[in-house]
Ligand binder design. Structure first.
Ligand SMILES: *Cc1c(COP(=O)(O)O)cnc(C)c1O
Length: 379
């Protein structure tokens, strides 16, 4: 089955008791058993819920994986993976990491004796240099946030194999429509469903998918033990959102090309970060591992002045100033003061994340209106 058909049908059956074509919201905490331990596969809703099971089956099909689990948030999915590690273990990650993951790693798990190293992963030699015999996990995010760097997934997998380390890819920015890390050899694919997959800015949720039954068993064990599960109502909303994922992503990509090119030719814009440009550092890698370049991009104004950036952000009428991304409506954000405020300034600057960098999540509105909005805001 191809993507669009899977988005609508994979893992989804009409409700056997009524024929309802939409998966019901099983708003229940427990399930009645015939006799002790004689049940229909459901015992307690932290462990399993039918609405959640359908969503998991659908999503794992979109990632070409075998096992999938949904979590109360992207961060709880992240936390679950790190809880598989033990004191003394090491993780190598990107220096352009989602701010919340950076905070979780450095402010919480570092105190439990897990060591995190952050390197510029767009150059594979930096990954290789950071590997030790204690490295258990490579934590990739590609495209990265907010510098829109591209990391070569297959290249990173090759390095990890030599050291017996696992590879996780945070696939939030690409969505399963544009990139499937498991097909490229990654051990685990992670999503903040909150973003493109949910797509309507109304749900917080996370996902982990894998082909490895041992990893899935550990993930399920930690999920059930820790309990960060999504609500059945939210699972219903995400199932509904996924039905248009392919159409939304097409439009995000189309609008992304137009906005990126508009900004590139603007006299007040100094730099535009978007993997579709031929002069983007890893444009060729992006072309080979992604099916489109997406609607996420960042730019810096000429002069790199924070005040100028603030004035532009305040003027937008269609782009809304907000954290988050990947919804149908266009958003604008200021990573230095919003999503990435937890990262020390020197570290941000060293990675090119300047004080005046503006990030856009290009939505699915009419591109002419989006460009007119940029025109009046940038001037
Ligand atoms: C939002 C986000 C997360 C965290 O997900 P939540 O659903 O907000 O907990 C992780 N990684 C990336 C790339 C994100 O954009």
């Amino acid at each position: 089955m191809k993507f669009a058909t899977k988005a609508l049908h994979a893992g989804i059956q009409p409700d056997p008791s009524t024929g309802a074509i939409m998966t019901p919201i099983f708003q229940t905490s427990t399930y009645v058993q015939e006799a002790p331990n004689d049940h229909k596969g459901y015992e307690y809703a932290r462990t399993q819920n039918p609405t959640r099971s359908v969503l998991e089956a659908n999503l794992v099909a979109l990632e070409n994986g075998k096992f999938g689990r949904c979590f109360a948030s992207g961060m709880s999915a992240t936390e679950t993976v790190i809880k598989m590690l033990r004191p003394g273990d090491e993780v190598v990650s990107t220096n352009d990491l989602y701010g919340g993951a950076y905070r979780l790693f450095t402010k919480i798990f570092a105190d439990f004796g897990i060591k995190f190293t952050f390197v510029d992963m767009k150059d594979l030699t930096n990954i290789e240099a950071a590997m030790t015999d204690k490295t258990k996990l490579l934590w990739l995010e590609t495209p990265t946030n907010p510098m829109i760097n591209i990391i070569d997934i297959e290249g990173a997998v090759g390095i990890a194999k030599k050291y017996g380390a696992k590879v996780l890819v945070d696939n939030t920015f690409a969505s399963p429509y544009l990139q499937n890390p498991l097909d490229l050899g990654a051990d685990i694919v992670m999503h903040s469903i909150t973003k493109f997959i949910g797509g309507h800015s109304d749900v917080i949720m996370g996902f982990l998918g894998t082909n490895d039954p041992d990893l899935d068993e550990q993930i399920a064990f930690i999920q059930n033990s820790s309990g960060a599960v999504p609500s059945p109502n939210d699972c219903f909303l995400v199932l509904r959102g996924i039905k248009t994922l392919h159409i939304r992503m097409e439009r995000h990509c189309e609008n992304g090309v137009k906005v990126a090119n508009y900004l590139k030719n603007h006299s007040r814009v100094d730099k535009v970060y978007w993997p579709g440009f031929e002069d983007h550092t890893n444009h060729e890698v992006a072309k080979s591992q992604m099916r489109g370049f997406g609607g996420m991009l960042s730019f810096v104004l000429v002069g790199d002045d924070m005040g100028d950036a603030y004035r532009v952000m305040e003027k937008f009428k269609i782009f809304s100033l907000a954290e988050s991304l990947g919804g149908v409506e266009s958003l604008v954000g200021h990573p230095a003061s919003m999503t990435h405020a937890a990262i020390p300034r020197e570290e941000r600057m060293a990675n090119g994340l300047s004080d005046s960098l503006i990030r856009l999540s290009v939505g699915i509105e009419d591109a002419d209106d989006l460009i007119a909005d940029l025109e009046q805001a940038i001037g």
